[in-house]
Design a protein around this ligand. Structure first.
Ligand code: PHE
Length: 394
């Protein structure tokens, strides 16, 4: 395992060196975006394989659908869009060489990543190169705001942020479920999980609840027995798991196996509609998570998107697919408003985005480069996951 990973890293470094070495940055790469009359390149970096493969593949389906629709309608500024998707393999180290490659290719803009940690791995590079980047779904605060340097000039996103998501989990657990003694089990290695756990905690305490346990795990853990045993001993009435879907599945199953029968609540990282509960239906009874979108929402534009997506991919879109679609459409809209593929002009247009009607809601970019959007809470049971609650931004 460790050896495989080392080999993979060496191979990745070699590929990156080869790409950077054999292609000097041409006129396309010199900050202008790919000007001229050829295709407009949008780079998409995503976890197409590895632990979080569902994140990358579903986002890519949404992104591809957007590109196909735009191109079928004549493209942008009379030019076709070409989406170049590269695989991060669900690793942070996979990210920087990909951003180098997009720069070399003359990408006008970049879409990605899903996991906040990997978007954070890309941020310094896109800032240095001056390429506009839109994360479809990374919710950690630091994605758009560097704690030391302030707002990142070139980074945007199409989703709400974790201070809001954590508040929604807290309001749901406290208000809707009526719980008062929460235990948290979070991934210490993911900025997403750390930030969301913290935001939940602050809000739950503010509402009058108590956090009776905070336990951690890290990325490759498969056994959560000792943490769950300690948690059970403290007699919580709700368990909060702000993790990513593959480990969430293990945690929920092992919690039930240890007789921890309280409701379990999580965040958007649970969003694997096909696989999350499969073979673990009993364990997932009484579990819920916050998300950005549900195919069951009645909002305008949702039904049309869901139908187009089903036709193209023979499955229901998850939130990631919808956000991937919105991210590409927003970039195309910004290029159109800029009237050019000049990267600075596209960045400026992204920053000026107001009331953009996305499938996942209305997007207005604020001073921190974040939109304020509605969250949904779904029950992790059946397909599609039933909609339980809706939380507009406050
Ligand atoms: N918000 C998560 C993160 O920032 C990623 C995610 C978004 C996962 C939406 C699933 C659905 O890491």
């Amino acid at each position: 395992m460790a050896w495989n990973r080392t080999l993979f890293l060496i191979a990745l470094a070699a590929i990156a060196a080869a790409i950077v070495g054999c292609k000097s940055p041409g006129p396309n790469a010199a900050g202008a975006g790919n000007g001229g009359s050829g295709k407009i390149i949008i780079g998409h970096y995503a976890s197409m394989s590895g632990d979080d493969a569902v994140f990358g593949t579903t986002t890519d389906h949404g992104a591809k659908l957007a590109v196909e629709e735009i191109n079928a309608a004549g493209g942008v500024l009379g030019r076709q869009i070409e989406l170049i998707t590269l695989d991060t393999r669900s690793t942070d180290v996979g990210v920087p060489p990909i951003i180098d490659r997009f720069y070399q290719e003359g990408a006008t803009a970049i879409v990605g990543e899903v996991a906040s940690g990997r978007t954070l791995a890309a941020a310094p590079k896109v800032e240095a190169y001056g390429i506009p980047m839109v994360s479809p779904s990374s919710t950690n605060v630091r994605v758009t705001v560097d704690p030391d340097r302030g707002v990142r000039k070139w980074v945007f996103r199409t989703c709400f942020i974790d201070p809001f998501q954590g508040e929604v989990i807290a309001r749901f657990a406290h208000g809707k479920l009526g719980k008062r003694r929460a235990a948290i089990l979070f991934d210490r290695a993911q900025p997403y999980s750390v930030g969301l756990a913290e935001s939940f905690k602050q809000n739950f305490i503010r509402l009058g609840g108590q956090v009776v346990a905070e336990e951690g795990y890290t990325k490759d853990d498969q056994e959560f027995g000792s943490q769950l045993t300690r948690i059970k001993g403290l007699d919580p009435d709700v368990l909060i798991v702000p993790g990513y879907y593959s480990q969430v599945k293990l945690i929920v199953t092992q919690a039930r196996g240890r007789g921890l029968d309280v409701p379990i609540v999580g965040g958007d990282g649970w969003d694997d509609p096909q696989g999350l509960t499969r073979g673990a239906e009993q364990a997932f009874k009484d579990t819920y998570f916050v998300n950005h979108f549900s195919p069951l929402e009645e909002r305008e534009g949702v039904r049309q998107f869901v139908e187009a997506y089903r036709q193209r991919w023979q499955e229901d879109p998850n939130a990631l697919a919808a956000l991937g679609y919105d991210a590409v459409q927003l970039v195309a809209d910004a290029i159109k408003r800029a009237g050019s593929t000049d990267r600075t002009a596209v960045r400026d247009a992204l920053e000026k985005t107001q009331n953009y009607a996305g499938v996942t809601g209305t997007i207005s970019v604020d001073a921190q480069h974040n939109p304020r959007k509605t969250a949904v809470v779904v029950k992790a049971e059946g397909s599609p996951f039933p909609l339980v609650d809706v939380y507009p931004p406050q």
